[in-house]
Every structure is written in C-alpha cells, then in structure tokens.
Design a protein around this ligand. Sequence first.
Ligand SMILES: Nc1ncnc2c1ncn2[C@@H]1O[C@H](COP(=O)(O)OP(=O)(O)OP(=O)(O)O)[C@@H](O)[C@H]1O
Length: 505
Amino acid sequence: MKPETKTDVKTQTKPQEKFTVEEVGWRFDNSYARLPEPFYVRISPVPVRAPRVAILNHALAESLGLNFQILSEQDAAHLFSGNVLPQTAEPIAQAYAGHQFGSFTMLGDGRAILMGEHVTPAGDRLDVQFKGSGHTPFSRRGDGRAALGPMLREYIISEAMHSLGIPSTRSLAVVTTGETVLRELPLPGAVLTRIAASHIRVGTFEYAARLKDGVHVKTLADYAIRRHYPDLLETVNPYLALLHRVIDRQASLVAQWLLVGFIHGVMNTDNMAISGETIDYGPCAFMDEYDPYTVFSSIDDHGRYGYHNQSRAAQWNLARFAETLLPLLDSAQDKALTLAEEAVHAFPDIFQQYWLNGMRKKLGLMNEEASDVELIEALLTCMHQHHADYTNTFRSLAAERLPDDALFQDSAFIAWHAQWQARLARQPESRAVAFNVMQASNPALLPRNHRVEAALTAASDHGDYDEMQCLLAAVSDPYIDAPEYNEYRTPPTASERVRQTFCGT
Ligand SMILES: Nc1ncnc2c1ncn2[C@@H]1O[C@H](COP(=O)(O)OP(=O)(O)OP(=O)(O)O)[C@@H](O)[C@H]1O
C-alpha cells in the first residue's frame, strides 16, 4: 500500500484541493490490482466537464468511516466523478466474460473503473467502483458512459434491497457529468459510485478459464477464497468447497428475491457475483400483482429471466461456474466432472429449502409440517387467480387485516384461511410470536416500479429530486407500517402500471 501524505490527492482537471485522503477517510489497499495483468487494465476515469452531485449516501459513508462533512458540494462532485483521484487509489478496468442470454462473449468493464478496495474501520474490504466513468479498452462500440436515470434506478433499488436485508452492492453517490449521452434520445450523463464486497463474477472465472496458460483459474479461485470464504482454506478440497459455497449463496439469494417479488431481469453470468450479492440493477423491478410469469425487461422476449425462471437461470449460471473449476476439482477428469455435477444438481433442493423456510416465516409457520408446501401453493394459486398484490397480501395477513377485496371474499381463499389458522393453532408457539415473525418477514414498503419511474422522470427530466428522496425515505425501513408512507403502498392503477423496464444504459 502506498503511503498517504497530507497532499494525497491527484488532480486531473483543476478543482481546488481542499481536503486530503486522510480527512475523507479513504483507506485503500488494492489487492485485486496485485493479481497478474490479464485480470485488468490500468486506466483512470475519463474526466467529465461539469460534475454536480445528484445524491450522496451519508448513512453509507458513515458506516464506511468516510467523512463527507469536510466536502463541499463541488469537492464531492469532483471526487465522485473521477475528476479528482485519491493518490492511494489504483484505478483499473477489470476483465471478464459472460454468457448473455445464453451466448458467450468476452466483456470487461466497458464503462466502469474499479478505484480500489477501501478497508472500513470494522476491517471490511470493499470495492469502490465508478460506473459510467468513460471509455476503456473493453468498451467495444459503447461510449463508456451511463445515463442519469439508470444510475438513479440502481441507487434506489440497491439501497432498498439492502434495507430489506438482502445481500446487495450499495450506492454511495451519483453525480451528473454535465455531458449528454446519446441513447434513443439525448440524456444527462452520470457516474454512480458502487460499493461491493467485490466485483468477481461467474464471468470473471469464465474469462480466466479461457486464458491460454491454464494457471489463471487457480489464481482467481485462490484469491476469491482468501477474500470471501477464508474458512474454506481449512477444507480438504477448497475449490470444491468454493463451488458448494457459491451455489449455497446463490440459492439463498435467489430465494430471497422471490420471497419479496423481485425480478432481476438480466441474470447473465457476468451479473452473478461470487460474493453472493445482488449486482447490476438494470431492467429489474418488484412485482405488484402476483403472476409467476411476470417479465419486466424490455429485452427479455422469451421470459428467460422472468420471475419463475430465476432459480433455473441461477442453476444454469452455476453450471458455467462449475465448468471453469473442473481442472481444480480433481486431477482425474471423470471424478472432477462427477463432483461438479453432484454440486450443481444439488441446487434445486438447496434453493427449495431456502424458499420454503422463507415462505414459512412469511406465514408465521414456526415448525415444519409435510403439507406446508401444499398450503403455500394453495395461497399463491388464489393470489394468481385474483391478481392479488404480492406485497400487500402478505402484509395484510401479517397484520391480521384482511381488506375487503375480491381475493379475501373468494371461497377458496376463505377455506385456505381456515386451514392456515388451524395450522397456526397446531404449533406450540403463541400467535404473538408467529405474527412478530410475519411482520419481520413481509415488507410493507418496496420501491414499486411506477413510483421508481416517477422519481426517475422528475430527477432526470426536471432536476427535481424530492420524489426520489421521499421514495428512498419510505423504503429505508420496509418492515414498519409508517402511516406517512401509505401512498407508497398503493399498487399502481391500470394507467400507472409500468409493464416494461428498460435497460436504458
Ligand atoms: N455505454 C457503454 N459503453 C461501453 N461499454 C458498455 C456500455 N454499456 C454497457 N457496457 C458493457 O457491456 C457489458 C454488459 O453491460 P451491462 O449493462 O450488463 O453491465 P453494466 O451495467 O455496464 O455493468 P455491471 O454489470 O458492472 O453493473 C459490460 O461489460 C459493460 O461494461
């Protein structure tokens, strides 16, 4: 690690240096940049013309041990646009590959720069990455830039995901660049500062596996184990243990998405993080009415990444991950293949267990009965038939408040409700205990897609961030019934409903 000095800020354009790295609190130690060169290219963000702060995440900054108080708006804008680089950052664009909608492509950070790894006062090592930071050798035909709307969408949904208690990358800042990006229309450009456990993806392993000299997967696997799962170093076969652990993390993650009605929208292998965090909030959204066939993404014509397909998509990606590890699993090819297949074939059961445990909590079932799956499926079938709102239905059950609408008047639902009540009465725990668990497992507030779109339009088209700030406040404590945020619980009307979510990069 390079020593930090009092004048520890490198200026790319000409803003005044009024702060030092020590004062802001960055503590960079860039272990990924010590991997061999094929894993990245050293390159700095391309400076932007007139950066301005769109939003700063003060709560996250505090938990990272960063002091934003000393930064003026202009300082912050330069810092989070990449115009001013902390001396101890070692900017790189990471190389990776990916299966996108099933087709393999060599990729890499085409519009992102990893500034380095910040070590928090608690000792956590976290990537600090700028997304939308300009052209890199991996940009292919892209401009290296990002539009404001999609960066704010990532900010809102990643922060909501974190508040829901679901592993996710975080968003520290969004700044506008003062430059226009050309998409279908000219749009304001922006840079998002993303904080992540790491940016090692299944696609990073696919990239390493395709490099010629055969040692790179081992280098990457050793690095990933040390960084994310050091306990595996004690196991007999750490690479097999890594495969099992990543499968477990993804099964847990995707189950958690389903339990809150989340649809990622673009589950390509380059968007599956080895850390088990949700990454890349592109055409993603939370479902309003329950329909397992819901697809939001404007580019997902065949529903490959629709709600009900997400566990299958995850397993498919994990099979690609397992393939990259084959040479490390066992020196005998047949044995390695068997080990990999056993691990990947175990995914559906592991996923089902996480999902079932989560559903039991949503319904206050504190112990296990063989007929629980049937009970859960019967409720979901009723909800589907009545186009019931996913979030509000579960929250109503948790609050013992059954609204006067079609679902709750339906005879099949009334029969289901009686069965559920009888099931609750059979368990030893009191109703109070069960309903507390339900309250903590059924969010009242999510960033519904129509509210996200309204907030993004106000911010991106009119520079008005009030709606976004209110939405962020509403979803920051999602398991509380806060009357002041009741309007955010209302499902969209037919005319408000947003059926498609655009990648809109
Ligand atoms: N405007 C752009 N210019 C250059 N490259 C781009 C651009 N948009 C996307 N890419 C690259 O295309 C690939 C796939 O894009 P995708 O939208 O899935 O990723 P992303 O949102 O840019 O990044 P991440 O997965 O890190 O969140 C990535 O390698 C990305 O860097």
